[in-house]
Structure formats: structure tokens, C-alpha cells
Design a protein around this ligand. Sequence first.
Ligand SMILES: [Zn+2]
Length: 350
Amino acid sequence: MSGFESIIDQKRPLQLLTTLLKKGTIPHALLFTGIDGAGKHNAAIAFAMACNCLGKGSASKEQYAGNAGNYPEGPSVSEPCCICRSCRKILSHNHPDILHIEPTGAIIKIAQIRSLCHTLTMKPFEARLRVVVISRAQAMNPEAANALLKVLEEPPASTMLILTAEQTSDLLPTIVSRCQQIRFNPISRKSIALYLTSDQKIPPDQAAIIAGMARGSLSRARSMSKTGWIDHRNRLLSTSGLDNPGTLPAKPINVLLAFAENLSKQKDTLPDALEIIKSWLRDIVVCQYNTKKVINADMTATLKKISEKISPELLLQKIMAIQRTQRNIESNANPRLSLELLMLQLAEKY
Ligand SMILES: [Zn+2]
């Protein structure tokens, strides 16, 4: 199952895509926006499959009549069959005409776009419609973005581009204006929890906690469910003393600073660790009003006990301190210094 049906909670974007396929009005460039893990990449691959599917249900040749005349005539389907030769090649990343560009390191370099331009001067090998997927297009450096703009201004025959990005403001306006934009919303907590219990066989109580933490991202939920996230959270809370009111101020400052240093070294898990701490503090506020909305539902009793000892104002200050730290780290501030400052702010009067 890797066609459109594998993408959950994105009714509107999928409707727009299947309408384009049904009408045969496939634009030269699409831009999928939304957070990582909302299904943009899978939708791009499923769209490429549908454009080139050889399976049953192919639409008539006339259905391509509405396009700019840039695409060769041929059958198209609104849903890929996932089993024909073309679909299988695309699914296994072995199709010579489905090209994928993503950042190498932190950026998409000019050399990658130049190499793409060279490929696009040649005819597709076998595809009805060659599809270029550029993931995290916001990572293009200015030279790469300008080179891509030239491709968008003079689109090669039998080729379409699909760019993915978190938001349009991350891209050059001249690039955005040449793409048809399709927005992917974050996936609902309910849908993520359902996916985790039915597809990943995660127990419902854990699935609900992970879904609350995943912030609308299915890929984040999946990786959390695989990495023993509940244990990770428990370790994080007990090491920081956040699960036991009164202990944190008593912790010697060198323990707090060592904890901050340790966290700063775990670059891959740091964003999740900060989210875990934030969700915990948020839950201390929320549990006073509505326990059903608590994310860390397995620890509601502890949360309630803590909430009796701390004012909502103080908690909000701490949540804002975490948000500030998240922003600073995202804008390349020194993680260790930012986390040291955060730990001191969290320890204060807790
Ligand atoms: Zn197919």
C-alpha cells in the first residue's frame, strides 16, 4: 500500500491531486508545503506513479488534451495501481525518470541543480512524464535557487517538478509564483494514534501519548514509537528533576550544567527532548482543568501533585523559556549555552 491511500488525514490535498490527474491538467510545477512528516514526499511519489501508471483504469488519451501540450499523450490514472512495471520501479527507486533531489548536509548545492539541468536536456528514458522531486527546497542556496528558477521559467518537455518545503516564505517569491501550491496540514492526534495502534501495533495508551507529542508529524510519531520514547521521557524527567517538585532547586548547579551539556551533544534527539519537557510543563497546567487533554496521560497523578504546588504563571514563564531556547537553537545559537541558561530558568522556584 503506497499509493494515495497510504497518506492519512490529507483529504483536501489528495482531492486536488486526483482532480489534476482526472482532468489531465498537470502543471509544470507543484509546490507541496507543510511540516515534515505530513505526507508530502509520499504524495509526490504517488503522484509520479499515477502519471506513469500502466495499470487498469487508465483514462483516455483525450484527458491530456487540457494541458499545455507539453506532455506526450498516453493513459493516466487518478490512483496508481502500485503493481504495474512502472509503479513498482518508482516504488523501489529504480525508475530512471523519477529524479529526487534533497539536501546534502544542510543545503541543496548549485552542483546538484546543474547536474539536474544537464539531465533535463535529454529526453526521458521511458516515462510518459518525467517527475523531479525536490525535497526541502528551502535548503537551496541562492545560486541553486536561481538555477532552478531558469528551469521553471522554461520547463523542459515531458517533465514536471514537485517541490516540497515547510512554508512558502522560506522560498524565493519568484519560485513560489511559478508553482501551483498545495498545502498539507499537520495530521490530527486522533489519526496518528489510530495509525500507531493499527499499523504499528502500539498499545493504545502509549499511542495516545506519542500522538500528542508528534505535533502532527507521522514520521516523528513513527520514530518515537521505535526508539523507546516512553523510557527516554522518563529518563529525561528524572535526570532533570522535573518529575519531582522541590528536587530541582536542590540539585547542585554543576549537575544541572552537566545535564545541559549532555543534552546539547545529542543533536538528533535534542528537538524531541525539548518538546518532551515542554509537553510535561504544559500538562501540569492542563491537568488542573481537563485531564482528558493531558499528553503524558500515564503520569496524570504525578502531574496533579505538581500542579498543586506551582502557579500557572510560573509554568507559563518556563514554557516560554523553552520556546525561546528552541528558537535560539534553530537560529544556530550555541546549544550548550542556550541549554545551560534554560536549565537555570527551569530550576528557579520549581
Ligand atoms: Zn501502476
